[in-house]
Design a protein around this ligand. Structure first.
Ligand code: HEM
Length: 443
């Protein structure tokens, strides 16, 4: 990287700023994947535009991703879109920067290690079995996305505040309304706008979580859920986190972990149904393990093929297409100048659909296996991001998805209802458009 003094002669990246004020926002929101692909064909892996209120540079490919990860807190900082900046708590890990961000990551880290997932596995198993019984007894066919949504929400509540008396259905209704506000294109706070309804829902959700936190503060010993860790945490001066910071964090964790896991799990169900030979191989892997009794962290580890499949599902349809950063000084990349204050797009989808992947449009779990061992330079496979902001909940997500899939594969079967639209919605997350209609039965 050159310093700002000697890069003033460099040109801006090629591209267009679009219309005054609006820039190219409409085309970007309508179909982000196509927007990027069209411009990549025209300009190559570095181009500029103007979306969501600010100039932006798109940097595509593994090398660009490594540059973005390396730039965190140096020449880049995190940047959320306007609605999220207004609706996500300012004291949550995703909104913090610099030293405060690192401190919060340190605080959360022990709770989210792979080993820490051990005591959640039996609880996840119990929740999955109960939900599957409900799926069997309800109307057939049903929308698997909605069913998975309810399941994943309950699992998240157990992780976050499993030792509290929580009403998941009430929380889930508020949560859904809040998240719809977070992705509102126009963040205007009026009672009839999605954003306005999101503001109201967040207020109610906050009050509800506040009452749960107040109840838990009375306990002398905190149980081992996220809320317990947040309540027990002390900074270097021995001070606890404020009540607001705790609520901001719990809400953020729910938000960051929910739709992502729902998307990946739903797409896993869809692709298993579409690729019978992959499904059969997964079932064969489960046969022996099923005889060993309930799931454990060790048995989940002994499912290499299922893990390959989950990894390929997230390469093929990344639950998060990308993220944004903003430059904190003039910087150069690829022979171009990127001025201070410009947005920088981290593009996960482009990384998964370009070189070095061979035939990236083919769903092929073999490519994740040890014997094919496709060359994967750092930055080419990043479903959970990378660098200092790599996903906090990646182990939790992997354990949860493997547990759900293993239990479904062992005892159940599901068929996709013909004639439905399975194409992914382009924004904000790539769920199957018609909600993945399935007929579900016991094997
Ligand atoms: C399949 C499921 C998931 C996927 C694909 C996923 C993906 C990601 C990605 C790509 C990022 C980086 C965003 C950036 O660079 O700005 C991220 C960050 C984050 N994820 Fe996840 N995630 C998943 C599940 C979860 C779960 C279950 C949790 C929590 C229980 C979680 C908590 C977070 C948090 C807190 C951050 C922000 C980290 C920070 O800013 O330092 N995620 N996730």
């Amino acid at each position: 990287m050159e310093t700002s003094a000697d890069i003033s002669h460099l040109p801006l990246p090629p591209g267009s700023s679009g219309l005054p004020l609006l820039g190219e926002t409409l085309a970007f929101i309508q179909n982000t994947g196509k927007f990027v692909e069209d411009r990549r064909l025209l300009h190559g892996d570095v181009f500029r535009s103007h979306v969501l209120g600010d100039p932006i540079v798109f940097l595509l490919g593994p090398e660009a991703n490594r540059w973005i990860f390396a730039g965190e807190n140096k020449y880049l900082r995190n940047r959320w879109h306007l609605a999220a900046r207004k609706l996500l708590g300012k004291q949550s890990v995703a909104m913090l920067n610099g030293g405060d961000h690192l401190d919060r990551r340190r605080l959360l880290a022990p709770h989210f290690t792979y080993a820490a997932m051990r005591h959640f596995v039996p609880r996840i198993e119990a929740i999955v079995q109960r939900h599957c019984e409900q799926w069997l007894s309800g109307t057939q066919p049903f929308k698997a996305v909605d069913a998975v949504r309810a399941l994943v929400f309950e699992v998240a509540i157990v992780l976050m505040m499993g030792e509290s008396q929580v009403d998941p259905a009430y929380m889930s209704r508020l949560f859904k309304q809040w998240v719809a506000g977070l992705f509102a294109a126009v963040p205007v706070d009026l009672p009839f706008t999605a954003f306005g309804r999101g503001v109201a829902a967040e207020k109610e959700l906050r009050a509800y979580i506040d009452s749960l936190v107040a109840e838990r503060e009375k306990r002398t010993e905190q149980p081992p859920d996220t809320l317990g860790s947040l309540l027990s945490a002390r900074d270097e001066q021995g001070r606890p986190l404020s009540r607001d910071a705790i609520i901001d964090e719990l809400e953020l964790l729910l938000f960051a972990g929910h739709d992502t896991t729902v998307t990946a799990t739903s797409n896993l169900m869809m692709l298993l149904a579409q690729y019978p030979e992959v499904l059969e191989r997964c079932r064969r892997e489960q046969q022996e393990l099923a005889e060993q009794g309930p799931l454990t962290l060790e048995s989940l580890r002994a499912m290499p093929y299922l893990h390959q499949v989950i990894q390929e599902v997230m390469r093929f349809i990344p639950p998060i297409a990308g993220a944004f950063r903003v430059t904190t000084e003039d910087v150069s990349y690829g022979g171009y100048r990127i001025p201070k204050g410009w947005q920088v797009s981290l593009n996960i989808r482009a990384a998964h659909k370009g070189a070095p992947w061979t035939s990236p449009e083919r769903f092929d779990p073999e490519r994740m296996g040890p014997d094919r061992c496709e060359q994967k330079p750092q930055g080419a496979y990043i479903p959970f991001g990378g660098g200092p902001r790599v996903c906090v909940g990646q182990h939790f997500a992997m354990v949860e998805m493997a547990a759900v899939a293993a239990l479904l594969l062992r005892d159940y079967q599901w068929e996709l209802v013909p004639g439905q639209d399975l194409s992914p919605i382009p924004f904000p997350i790539p769920l199957p458009r018609d909600g993945l209609l399935v007929r579900f039965s016991r094997r």
